[in-house]
Design a protein around this ligand. Structure first.
Ligand SMILES: Nc1ncnc2c1ncn2[C@@H]1O[C@H](COP(=O)(O)OP(=O)(O)OP(=O)(O)O)[C@@H](O)[C@H]1O
Length: 302
């Protein structure tokens, strides 16, 4: 479980995070979305005790990170996969981490297997490809078998095979009952991975919802074609729907497609096409974060 409560982090004049509250429960992958500079990394750093909140708090399994003894047993994170000591072997890199948290060497072997790096365990970290470094970062996060996992932009720079692997891994971790928080710029990526989304902009919460509710919320309208639009508009308006015309079709809001069909049938109005339309998730996301992006653009232009 992750609990972020009224979290604020200020850097001089910048409010990187501004009174942000949300929760992630075990058994779910939560997608953490927001435009550049929205405050995602700062929030994750606060959860991991790497940044001190100006006010508010971020708790992992009910405790502040700093108060957790041997934290790798409780929370694992993949932040910047490139930021590892290049001179050590993959095995030694993990062994140093493991020993600092009282984790047995046998666990190092097991996690190297789990992430598919057993064959390159003796290779220097510096010589590994970006995809392999990403897997090594994941191995480090999993070492202590933690209940909470944070991934900051894990698919950045990965090839399609690597992306599919990470997606699969995160879903599997949630299925095992772990709490997974993953940041991304891409709603389309999150649609394939996350059960819930937390969207932030300018350090504030814009939306926290299940992926299903988000899709429902952005159902746009129903496109209807009929040879007798006047009769249908009158019937729909009387039923409380709103309509507008576009390129020979009617766009109807306020009634679902089956209700429109039933209504038309009752009145003997012929229907030639009936198509429910929803905004793509990417469009929905852009609409949600539009204001925050504008704000940032103006701010940097100053
Ligand atoms: N150490 C710091 N010193 C000063 N300002 C900072 C620092 N870290 C972050 N910021 C500012 O805080 C804001 C939030 O940054 P943060 O990196 O958390 O956003 P983000 O959502 O992770 O962005 P991105 O998607 O680009 O990684 C930005 O305006 C950033 O410039």
């Amino acid at each position: 479980m992750i609990e972020v409560r009224q979290l604020t982090k200020r850097y001089r004049a910048t409010r990187a995070v501004d009174g942000l509250s949300f929760e992630v429960k075990p058994g779910y992958v939560a997608g953490f979305l927001g435009p550049n500079g929205a405050g995602k990394s700062t929030t994750m750093r606060a959860i991991l005790g790497l940044d001190r909140p100006t006010s508010g708090e971020a708790l992992v399994e009910g405790r502040r990170y700093a108060g957790i003894r041997r934290p790798m047993h409780h929370v694992g994170a993949l932040l910047d996969a490139g930021a590892v000591h290049g001179g050590r072997s993959a095995y030694d890199h993990l062994r140093v981490l493991a020993r600092s948290n009282g984790i047995k060497d046998s666990r190092v072997v097991a996690t190297l297997e789990q992430v598919g790096l057993a064959g390159v365990a003796k290779r220097r970290v510096g010589s590994l490809s970006l995809g392999m470094k990403q897997r090594l970062g994941v191995a480090a996060a999993l070492l202590g078998d933690p209940g909470v996992l944070l991934f900051d932009e894990p698919v950045n720079g990965l090839d399609p095979e690597g992306i599919r692997w990470i997606r699969h891994l995160m879903r599997g971790l949630a299925r095992e009952g772990r709490t997974v928080l993953v940041s991304s710029h891409l709603m389309s990526e999150m649609a394939l991975t996350a059960d819930r989304v937390i969207v932030i902009g300018r350090g504030r919460l814009i939306l926290e919802a299940s992926m299903q509710d988000l899709q429902e919320k952005f159902k746009k309208d129903v496109l209807v074609r009929t040879p007798t639009p006047e009769a249908l508009v009158a019937a729909l308006t009387a039923a409380g729907a709103s309509t507008r015309s576009e390129e020979g079709a009617l766009l109807v809001q306020g009634l679902q497609a089956p209700d429109i069909a039933d209504l038309a049938a009752r009145r003997g109005i012929p229907i030639h096409e009936l198509t429910p339309r929803s905004a793509s998730l990417e469009d929905a996301y852009l609409e949600l974060t539009e204001d925050s992006v504008e704000y940032r653009t103006k701010e940097t232009a100053r």
